[in-house]
Ligand binder design. Structure first.
Ligand SMILES: [Zn+2]
Ligand SMILES: [Zn+2]
Length: 444
């Protein structure tokens, strides 16, 4: 794939070719790129600026040969632009899918090479250098960019560290199967600028900017939590390791598709209502809707998100854990180690959970009993072994512990036995007090 990069632009019409060139130029680092509307082509197809702020007029020719007249026409447009912007340096560029005639090349030499000429071959080289893949005129997303990731050992260590916080964890060893996936995503930064006018003139001047992160397979916006995890704070980029490339999930969309789709959602997001007073002193409402050309995608980054699916076995129970990774941080979208196997509720901390030694269930504090004899072994409410004293039930992790306690309890004197059954004990005390009150009141 690397040596045989697809670069297919033959089927494009002139306008699609211009759009494509604008995209390539953006990737090359030019700014404020505007494709001239078809009807107003004044000898230039694209207007853009380089990093020094110079104005560059681009003429696009999707044809086999470009002759001298095209250069002369662009020169005219450059002169005109120089008059309009006297304090700006104006430069020219002609991009073709084909080549330049000898006449054109000679003429450009004569005028001091003031216009940059980019032939189809050179265009291909630029794309190759910038890692741009074009198929059916659309920019394909092919990248190995990702975030700094965990190794499988680090993932395992991390799970063990979390597991060790669960009460009673020593009763079982865990086994972990981890699977790494790289999930395709795109990150976009944009500006929106537009005015809304009515018969009384401009009534709204809107300017805003924003960010979007899109899933490269579904095309949906990324979940807010995932978005914030990756795109705020430190961003630790890393190329995907060669032997992990197999874990990449391919992008379902082209860059053009994603941009178009995102622009639709940006339009929705920045559509707003205003009210204004007309000349007749009547108040009107107006919906201000940005147009596609009011939105400038300033940045487009295709990047893979490292995603681990861990399947954890404890005794016969299995637990799933799914998390995104960035640097040394994890963002869990699912973590069954914190989810009670009985009530299915998720808790905040591993410290809130206990492990049943008998079945391997991880349970919340509502679904665990502590062995009454050794005062430390946890047992899930399904496997806790009850022993009824007078009224109260005591729970044990094993039958042996239950028997041992039972023997001991039976051997005790009545009051000590009663004291062990706190419910029976306090009920008795309450009863005695009531009897006393009754006797005293009957004497007075
Ligand atoms: Zn529970
Ligand atoms: Zn159990």
């Amino acid at each position: 794939m690397k040596d045989n990069k697809p670069f297919e632009i033959d089927n494009l019409d002139g306008y699609q070719f211009e759009e494509l060139i604008a995209k390539i130029m953006k990737k090359k680092g030019y700014e404020n790129i505007k494709v001239t509307p078809k009807s107003r082509d004044e000898g230039k197809d694209i207007l853009m600026e380089n990093l020094e702020g110079d104005l560059i007029l681009v003429e696009c020719k999707h044809q086999k040969f470009v002759g001298r007249p095209v250069i002369q026409k662009l020169q005219g447009a450059m002169n005109f632009e120089e008059m309009k912007n006297p304090n700006k340096e104006v430069k020219g560029m002609i991009v073709t899918s084909g080549g330049f005639s000898k006449e054109a090349l000679d003429y450009n030499k004569k005028i001091g090479q003031s216009i940059e000429l980019i032939s189809g071959k050179k265009l291909r080289d630029i794309c190759k250098k910038l890692d741009i893949f074009i198929l059916n005129g659309k920019v394909q997303i092919i990248t190995n960019n990702s975030f700094k990731n965990f190794t499988e050992n680090e993932i395992n260590d991390n799970i063990l560290k979390r597991y060790s916080k669960i009460y009673g964890n020593k009763a079982h060893k865990i086994s972990v199967k981890s699977q790494l996936k790289f999930i395709p995503s795109c990150f976009l930064k944009y500006n929106v600028n537009f005015n809304t006018s009515t018969s009384i003139g401009c009534v709204d001047n809107y300017s805003n900017s924003g960010k979007k992160a899109v899933h490269g397979i579904t095309g949906d916006n990324l979940d807010d939590g995932v978005h914030d995890f990756y795109f705020s704070g430190n961003i630790d980029f890393e190329e995907i390791d060669k032997n992990k490339l197999i874990n990449k999930q391919p992008y379902e969309f082209t860059e053009n598709d994603i941009e178009e789709q995102t622009i639709e959602s940006i339009i929705d997001e920045h559509t707003h209502n205003i009210s204004y007073t007309g000349n007749n002193n009547v108040t009107y409402n107006k919906e201000c809707i940005p147009k596609k050309r009011d939105i400038d995608i300033k940045k487009f980054v295709a990047i893979y998100l490292p995603f681990w699916s861990n399947s954890i076995k404890i005794s016969k129970m299995s637990y799933n854990q799914n998390c995104y990774v960035k640097g040394n941080k994890q963002h869990h979208v699912e973590d069954e180690l914190k989810k009670c196997k009985i009530c299915k509720k998720e808790r905040n901390d591993y410290e809130d959970m206990s492990l049943c030694p008998e079945c391997g269930r991880i349970v919340c504090d509502n679904h665990v009993k502590i062995d009454y004899l050794d005062k430390k072994t946890p047992i899930c409410t399904i496997h806790a072994k009850p022993l009824k004293l007078y009224i109260q039930n005591k729970y044990f992790a094993t039958k042996e512990n239950r028997n041992e306690y039972n023997e001991w309890w039976k051997s005790k004197k009545f009051f000590q036995k009663l004291w062990e059954d706190q419910i029976a004990f306090w009920l008795s005390i309450g009863g005695i007090i009531l009897i006393f009150i009754f006797i005293i009141s009957s004497f007075t």
